[in-house]
Design a protein around this ligand. Structure first.
Ligand code: PHE
Length: 343
């Protein structure tokens, strides 16, 4: 038995084969176990000597089995180290131009660059604001007072209260930058505001951090016609579909009056934009509410304007036919190579 076990151990080339030997020897129905179990049937005078001999055998085999495990494991480690060996003296491999390894542009940045170019050509400048906002900027000045039902739609992340007793928020939209811009600039104003926004929501199409782009135009005699023309031109340019159907649908936002949601035509089944007969909601917009203008010290009898806001991930996913939002934030180089662009 000892010799057979030792031979089997030596023949075991990997841990699986080794484990079979171990179980067959020391396991519940192993050979040594069976011999020990048979002790009861041995005549009493021989039992003591046989028991001692069997225990010695068992200890020896345990030692041999354990030694083989250590040997197999260190051999496996050696093999892995050899296989994963890197020659650090090799020159770097050339990167294919335009791949992520070569420094590709992330799809979010790419969309922001496209937005900036399209609106830039229409005379818009880019404005920015902080991610951590005061309650008044994110809500109050936008005509969303405390206890307004619209606050519930925002799944707001609140931060600990400051010295004024009010809790700052992670901005739930880019609209507070409308307020900051109107407070710091004299009209006429034409800005877009790309940036991070935050809402406590998480699934395949919602992330607690996402991006929006806001638009704001303030001038004399601005009408709904300007809003419609501007957004139709933008959507057709961004999706590169000259006859993309665009529909304006009456809606409600506290900070615009009237408010409109904008839909584009698509084929729901194939996901193709500009085809089929279905509508897809793509952005919110409206004429800046006179109370919002007044909150910023702008006289609504002299100045009017329009504003709009949309999700950057959303328009990026639609443009490129992406199904899942999460890879935007996972830094998977294969995904970045696929959807990113060269510098
Ligand atoms: N801030 C709104 C949202 O996040 C979008 C919007 C912006 C609507 C500007 C109208 C005007 O849903």
């Amino acid at each position: 038995l000892r010799q057979e076990t030792e031979a089997a151990l030596a023949a075991a080339a990997d841990l699986r084969a080794w484990d079979a030997v171990r179980v067959g020897t020391l396991g519940k129905s192993g050979r040594v176990t069976a011999l020990l179990k048979g002790l009861g049937a041995v005549p009493a005078e021989a039992r003591k000597a046989r028991g001692a001999a069997l225990n010695r055998l068992k200890t020896e085999l345990e030692t041999a089995i354990e030694a083989r495990r250590v040997a197999l494991e260190s051999a496996a480690l050696e093999a892995r180290l050899a296989a994963e060996r890197l020659d650090v003296s090799l020159p770097p491999r050339p990167n294919a131009p335009g791949t992520a390894a070569d420094g590709a542009i992330h799809p979010i940045s790419r969309t922001v660059e496209e937005l900036t170019a399209i609106f830039g050509a229409m005379g818009f400048a880019v404005a920015e604001g902080p991610d951590i906002e005061g309650d008044w900027y994110n809500f109050g000045a936008l005509n969303i007072p405390e206890h307004h039902p619209a606050r519930q739609d925002h799944d707001t992340f609140y931060l600990p209260a400051g010295p004024d007793g009010r809790r700052p928020v992670l901005r739930t939209h880019t609209s507070p930058v409308q307020i900051r811009t109107m407070l710091s600039q004299e009209p006429p104003i034409r800005v877009i505001v790309p940036g991070r926004t935050w809402r406590a929501d998480h699934d395949a199409t919602h992330s607690p951090m996402f991006h929006q782009v806001e638009g704001l135009v303030i001038d004399r005699d601005i009408t709904l016609g300007h809003l419609k023309g501007c957004l139709i031109d933008f959507l057709r340019a961004f999706f590169a579909i000259a006859d993309l159907p665009v529909r304006f649908r009456a809606s409600y936002f506290p900070f615009t009056e009237p408010s409109m949601e904008v839909d584009i035509g698509w084929d729901r089944k194939s996901g193709e934009l500009g085809k089929g007969s279905d509508w897809l909601e793509i952005l919110g917009s409206g004429m800046v509410h006179p109370r919002v203008l007044a909150n910023c010290g702008i006289d609504p009898r002299v100045w009017q304007g329009f504003a709009f806001g949309m999700g950057i991930e959303r328009i990026t996913m639609l443009k490129h036919g992406m199904a899942d939002l999460r890879p935007f934030y996972e830094s998977d180089v294969r995904w970045l190579r696929h959807y990113g662009t060269g510098p």
